[in-house]
Design a protein around this ligand. Sequence first.
Ligand SMILES: *[C@@H]1O[C@H](CO)[C@@H](O)[C@H](O)[C@H]1NC(C)=O
Ligand SMILES: *[C@@H]1O[C@H](CO)[C@@H](O)[C@H](O)[C@H]1NC(C)=O
Ligand SMILES: *[C@@H]1O[C@H](CO)[C@@H](O)[C@H](O)[C@H]1NC(C)=O
Ligand SMILES: *[C@@H]1O[C@H](CO)[C@@H](O)[C@H](O)[C@H]1NC(C)=O
Length: 766
Amino acid sequence: MALSFAGLLIAVLALPPSANAGVKYPECKSGPLKSNVVCDTKASPEARASALVAAMSNSDKLANLVNNSPGFSKLGMSAYQWWNEALHGVAHNRGISWGGQFSAATQFPQAITTGASFDDDLVGQMGIIISTEARAFANAGRAHLDFWTPDVNPFRDPRWGRGHETPGEDPFRNSKWAEAFVRGMQGTGPTHRVVATCKHFAAYDLENAGSTTRFNFNAKVSTQDLVEYYLPPFRQCARDSKVGSIMCSYNAVNGVPACANEYLMDTILRKHWNWTDDNQYVVSDCDAVYYLGNANGGHRYKSSYSAAIGAALEAGCDNMCWATDGTQPNAASAFNSKAFSQATLDKAMLRQYQGLIRAGYFDGPDSLYRSLGAADVNTPFARETALRAAQEGIVLLKNDDGFLPIAQNSSLSVAMIGFWANAADKMLGGYSGSPPFKHDPVTAAKAMGITVTYVNGPLTQSSADSSAAVSAAQKSNVILFFGGIDNTVEKESQDRTSISWPAGQLSMIQKLAAVGKPVVVIKMGTHVDDTPILSLPNVKSILWVGYPGQDGGTAVMNIIAGLAAPAGRLPITMYPSSYTSQAPQTNMALRPSGTYPGRTYRWYKDPVFPFGHGLHYTTFSISPDTAYPAKFSIQDVLADCTKVTGRTYYMDLCPFPSIPITVTNTGSRTSDFVVLGFLTGMYGPAPYPIKTLATYKRLFNVTASQPGTAKLDWNLGSLARVDEKGNTVLYPGTYTLLLDQPTKVNVTFVLEGREEVLDKWPEPPS
Ligand SMILES: *[C@@H]1O[C@H](CO)[C@@H](O)[C@H](O)[C@H]1NC(C)=O
Ligand SMILES: *[C@@H]1O[C@H](CO)[C@@H](O)[C@H](O)[C@H]1NC(C)=O
Ligand SMILES: *[C@@H]1O[C@H](CO)[C@@H](O)[C@H](O)[C@H]1NC(C)=O
Ligand SMILES: *[C@@H]1O[C@H](CO)[C@@H](O)[C@H](O)[C@H]1NC(C)=O
């Protein structure tokens, strides 16, 4: 279509006010809202939100059910973009504009790497820094107050393109990670620094598998798997962390698209988890509502877009994100065709704006967090924390003859080969912003005074020329190969079909190993099957780094040179490449059956490296307190929890006596150590639990003379099992806590008495 210049000008002028420009706080002292209760900071958030909604006209309400809200000009409320991203740092995305003093923001490692740190204080600190920077961007009119992070779906299938956005495959680990991160993002007080969003609710971890895509996939999930595996991070977010927002996912669950799923969004989320109307809204994943109607490629769950909008809103979705692939949702037309009710419209407004009230949107320029500004972005502390996060998340997978760390000396020369050896951009991964600096491994090695010969290597190219790499290797005394995959290979809307090492990289590693010098493979990204390189004699060491963020190169070189000691643990099971032909991606079942091998460390038996694997530069021993009781009575424990708290309790949160432990460093290098505690035993119906992560703790700087001590905390939920109806049950029986991976020592105790249901699960619709 050809528009004249004048026509173009008119078209531009006719656009609604841009919602992308950054937050413009409403004027409460002089604007149209000045005598409205919404501006009264002493009134309750509920009262303030109700007063605001009462002042809105229906046509304005209908226009503001979308992410790019035009605002309420009669109320002096500017356009507002609900869609802002900050998965591992303030990101490049619609609601955020970069420039001036806000040209950079701290870029932490992706969640898969901080997942490997098993350090929740670190994750909480990261949340504080990200939200502080995000709020500073917002205060400067460069972002808004809602951030659609974290991504806490358990990483079920190794092909998933977005697995690196999550903390890993284990629901308990993801729940703890989410707890720490949401607390960091929102803050602990009544006013939120920013509003966090836990996504994607629920059972989402497929982008595309043949003609099945995330827009039309119907995830068939048993009630047991849903409660035990897919939902715990969301229960943590909603029920326990009171996150400000939840995003419903593209896929359907048992026949009903998640964004129109009343069972998930109302029966479970709002009612069973008590995530009431008071401070939170559900936002749809972008275009999810479009794809649940009659759109091509979607669920075809409803026969028109209007009906889809009605189904989503009536089921409990409060804001429809539109990604511009689909058609913009027309809420007014859906409302006029009676696809949803006035009460539903008012409730959606109430939920959306209570979130903003709690983030201080109407509290004036002197309110909490409004003074955050450019000086609070990219602070030295943020830089240190980003480096520490990368170091803590690096996992030493293999280290023959204690080859690493490399002792530095004046004749040390290394060949640094591979696609990301000097490509710092690669280390950031998806949903990134602009970091204040990017330190790639080559730059970091040179800064340490190491003699470096750098040669690029292939990413996916299958017949790459290895001659330059081999000749660099011949001139050096150590070969560092930087391989794996990046987020052009695994990414949003693109799952993989293979988890093998890319052929060109494998062939280059084989040629480098044949040179006769020691080779260290440093692996970026998530799943690739290391089997073919584990048998190469000169490949002494393998490090896994995930996506280590802005200072990833420094972190890697610090570990290689021994300036930091590796103590991360795999947050995922590393599967053999044959797994992809044994487990159809669309099979959501966790348990094995027939030739289906099952999923995750709980059920899959033949990993290349197991979940929790991670070596050290030293050795450790663990001693649990021998005075830990051998027997508990279930009824006494339950009586105690109500006595201690004096209130009605979610019984799964009731603490179970902690186990004091001492960790001794039996080698000579100072190192952190992650204590992993897995439960197994004979309790409840057969088949008995295989092994379930029940508690963990990272101990810092453990030395031979300074052992690490900790109390391993857990609760009744860690001990309970989920039955086929979804009930969480505490059973009598014999429990064994296995410490470390592989197990170093165990603690056995008995629970006596009657089994007790800790959480009675609402039956799904039949
Ligand atoms: C449910 O939430 C409401 C409002 O947040 C709160 O008053 C109530 O105590 C909660 N119920 C439980 C069992 O925690
Ligand atoms: C220096 O370090 C390299 C790599 O560890 C080693 O191969 C070499 O023998 C060392 N040289 C001296 C003089 O120690
Ligand atoms: C561990 O030791 C390092 C190096 O001495 C220090 O910077 C860091 O603060 C220590 N960490 C903790 C948690 O004590
Ligand atoms: C626990 O440790 C004891 C003693 O080392 C060992 O005999 C037993 O097999 C272990 N139990 C499990 C379940 O690993």
